[in-house]
Design a protein around this ligand. Structure first.
Ligand code: ADE
Ligand code: ZN
Length: 338
């Protein structure tokens, strides 16, 4: 089996996916029309042409503008279902998706509308597509601590639907310590914690996410490579890093994929995983990410298998389900390369 087919057929887990970042222009225009909202762009093509970013903030401006058409529960259902169909086509058997409630509640859309639409689709994903999932509620770090606390309280009636809290949006100028108290409260409520760190920001933000936010994994974590002590700690604690190759390329975190640190990270013993982040904006879903990075770094089938195995180990799955998936994966790899 050639490498592309091998990647396509591997049963995979995705751990770093913003549901709002899976909003394809076609669906965005369809929902805008039915909700009588005028987008700033005249067509799907002109919107896609705007997807040229020189840094994270360029992307975030378009990403938040795109969310403005999402008003009703059905809109959030359609957004999530659209991703799940893509996930199925990519042979994703388990996904942990992030959502940004504040991108909607700040526009007057009730928290309940957002979460009910997303969760109805996730339940259908389990029943009709056989995809298991966990939900991660991310706080927007460019907003205040007070706003994050308010969002945390709003989420409590839906506590059972949410596995973890996270931290995303503009990393520069918004270090993890801004949210130390919110994350402490979230842990008291029993949420796991994750955070974007070391995407555009320095290794200090990764230290902060570990020491102050007590995260069980780091989203991105690219700048860890600048700090040997940090690398040692991440290896020793086997803290997963959710790496997003095409996102890193499109947001200029790396100049080209051949200079991406993923392979070096893997060989050092870091628990790295491959994910798509915001696939509608960055030109590819999880298989595209694997194919692009495997080609740029000449990854072997063994290395790709290890990356996929890492994702299941790094997931929030209950142990019995994790083992079930790991066996499924092992069987596939054994058949293919051993
Ligand atoms: N929100 C959606 N995608 C993001 C990214 N790559 N970094 C920070 N915040 C985000
Ligand atoms: Zn992200």
């Amino acid at each position: 089996m050639n490498l592309v087919k091998y990647i396509e057929r591997l049963p995979k887990a995705e751990l770093h996916l913003h549901i709002e970042g899976s909003f394809e222009p076609e669906l965005m225009f369809r929902i805008a029309e039915r909700n009588n909202i005028q987008l700033k762009f005249r067509s799907v093509e002109s919107l896609r042409e705007a997807y040229h970013f020189t840094q994270l903030q360029d992307f975030l401006d378009l990403y938040y503008a795109g969310t403005s058409v999402l008003i009703y529960e059905q809109d959030f259902y359609d957004l999530t279902w659209d991703y799940l169909i893509k996930a199925k086509a990519n042979n994703i058997v388990h996904t942990e998706i992030m959502f940004d409630p504040q991108a909607h509640t700040t526009r007057g859309v009730p928290f309940e509308t957002v979460i009910k639409g997303i969760c109805r689709a996730l339940n259908d994903g389990k029943e009709k597509l056989g995809i298991s999932s966990e939900l991660i509620m991310s706080f927007l770090r460019h907003l205040s601590e007070e706003d994050a606390f308010k969002t945390l309280e709003e989420s409590l009636p839906y506590r059972e639907m949410i596995t973890a809290v996270g931290l995303d949006s503009s990393e520069r100028g918004n270090p993890p310590e801004k949210f130390g108290r919110v994350f402490a409260k979230a842990r008291e409520y029993g949420f796991f914690t994750v955070a974007h760190a070391g995407e555009e920001g320095p290794p200090e933000n990764i230290w902060g996410a570990l020491d102050l936010l007590n995260v069980s994994r780091i989203d991105h974590g690219n700048s860890s490579m600048l700090d040997n002590k940090l690398i040692e700690k991440l290896i020793e604690r086997q803290i997963p890093l959710t790496i997003c190759p095409l996102s890193n390329l499109r947001l200029k975190v790396v100049n080209d994929l051949s200079s991406h640190p993923l392979k070096t990270m893997l060989h050092k013993g870091l628990r790295v995983t491959v994910n798509s982040d915001d696939p509608a904006y960055f030109g590819g879903y999880i298989n595209d990410n694997f194919v692009a990075i495997a080609s740029a770094l000449s990854l072997s089938k063994e290395e790709i298998g290890q990356l996929v195995q890492n994702s299941f180990h790094a997931s929030f799955l209950p142990e019995s389900t994790r083992q079930k998936y790991l066996h499924l994966l092992d069987d596939f790899i054994n058949l293919e390369i051993r």
